[in-house]
Design a protein around this ligand. Structure first.
Ligand code: MLT
Length: 412
């Protein structure tokens, strides 16, 4: 009989969002009337249609695929040159940041890349992760065998947890001890907090000092509204020597169902062999992509390219304004309900303290049962998420307003 990967057996029962889905389905089956008025503010999945520029680009690309002369088969595994160039230009060089076209790797999602990056990192790394955190960072390390077992609080042996609390504004601080790999997410999922330049500089300084690598998840950068908050880790001097950046078109262009993202691996980023030899990670990631991936479809890459057109940029701006407007409505509604609220300013998530005496899952059940609204329990993101719940602003305006009203009607 074949052997299985026993590291999977260390994982908690289910990934957070399927578990929420299971509970919501059970509720809906038992209460078909309440199910009709259910509003989902759980998983951060976009609700608004794709920008018109994207739809036009998709139509054009479909037509090209129907003609022998313009038909495309396999594309480059790392992405078509024109998309890599558009990304490097618009997101980096036009903003004064030094990123070359061939440091951009186009993929089908940041979730996949956050997990896949472990392929090119060794197994002896000491890994630091925020708490609360996007669960993918933890679970992929568990799967790769980089952790011990989970304790009764759900914390895995071997990981260094960095608490994110109201005291540090939900931004993790560099630990005293040396670690080799650090996951950072700003603006943050789930707390909605955005790291300042000084906070990111302290992380880059830490990484350079300890020769650590920062895995910087910037999937929500487009939601930054405050000036002075960095949109990219490469705004911080020294980051090209220590950081990989993950970006996504899911939350700005509404591509959660279209699937397109990219990862920046600077050619100046080094890691070491067990023998102590310094080697660049860029060729390893390139090798990994060409072996394990056959590229994002031509249609989707043309759709992503359209997001950078003048029309595309204006339409993305409208989408962002819509979701940020929802966040404002939700923050105001939750505050009017007497709740203490964080986030929602530079991010599409609001992070709400559960009223005293309620755990995150108790709040989830109460809000589902009594308000017929799905939220995400903070404890699903880590032990320091206990006592919070996350409300996603990805919705129609009418639904956001209705959720704000229902939160005010709840008696805790
Ligand atoms: C979330 O709700 O945390 C995100 O939608 C998950 C994701 O982007 O994969």
């Amino acid at each position: 009989m074949a052997f299985l990967n026993e590291h999977y057996l260390k994982l908690k029962a289910g990934y957070l969002f399927p578990e929420i889905g299971r509970r919501v389905k059970a509720f809906n089956d038992a209460h078909p009337d309440a199910a009709k008025r259910l509003i989902r503010c759980g998983i951060g999945d976009v609700t608004e249609p794709l920008p018109a520029a994207v739809i036009a680009a998709l139509h054009r690309a479909v037509d090209e695929m129907g003609v022998r002369e313009t038909f495309r088969g396999y594309g480059p595994e790392q992405g078509y040159d024109w998309l890599r160039a558009a990304i490097a230009h618009h997101d980096y060089r036009a903003k004064g940041l030094d990123v070359a076209d061939d440091e951009i790797f186009v993929s089908d999602g940041s979730k996949c890349d956050c997990g896949g990056i472990l392929d090119v990192l060794g197994s002896a790394n000491r890994i630091a992760i925020s708490d609360p955190v996007y669960p993918v960072y933890v679970d992929t390390n568990v799967m790769a065998g980089h952790t011990g077992e989970a304790d009764s609080g759900g914390a895995y042996g071997g990981l260094v947890y960095l608490p994110c609390t109201p005291q540090n504004g939900f931004i993790p601080e560099p630990p005293q001890e040396a670690v080799d790999v650090v996951y950072l997410c700003s603006p943050n999922n789930p707390t909605g907090a955005a790291a300042t330049r000084a906070q990111l500089q302290s992380w880059v300084d830490y990484a350079l000092k300890h020769r650590a690598i920062l895995l910087f998840d910037g999937a929500y950068e487009a939601y930054i509204t405050e000036s002075g908050i960095p949109h990219s880790i490469y705004e911080i001097p020294g980051a090209r020597e220590c950081a990989i950046e993950f970006r996504s078109f899911s939350k700005n262009g509404g591509f959660t169902g279209v699937r397109c993202a990219f990862t920046v691996v600077p050619k100046t980023l080094m890691a070491r062999t067990a023998a102590g030899e310094k080697r660049a990670l860029h060729p390893l990631w390139q090798r990994r992509m060409t072996t394990k991936f056959n590229g994002v479809s031509y249609l989707v890459q043309r759709a992503a390219e359209a997001l950078y057109s003048t029309d595309g940029q204006a339409q993305v701006g409208q989408l962002l304004a819509h979701y940020l407007g929802n966040a404002e409505v939700l923050v105001a509604g939750a505050r009017a309900a007497g709740l203490t609220v964080h986030g929602g300013r530079n991010a599409p998530y609001i992070w709400v303290e559960t009223p005293a005496g309620h755990t995150s899952w108790q709040a989830f059940d109460k809000i589902l049962r009594e308000a017929n609204v799905v939220i995400t329990p903070g404890s699903g993101f880590g032990s320091k998420g206990e006592g919070y719940f996350r409300v996603s602003a990805f919705n129609s305006r009418a639904n956001a307003e209705e959720v704000a009203r229902r939160l005010q009607d709840l008696k805790w």
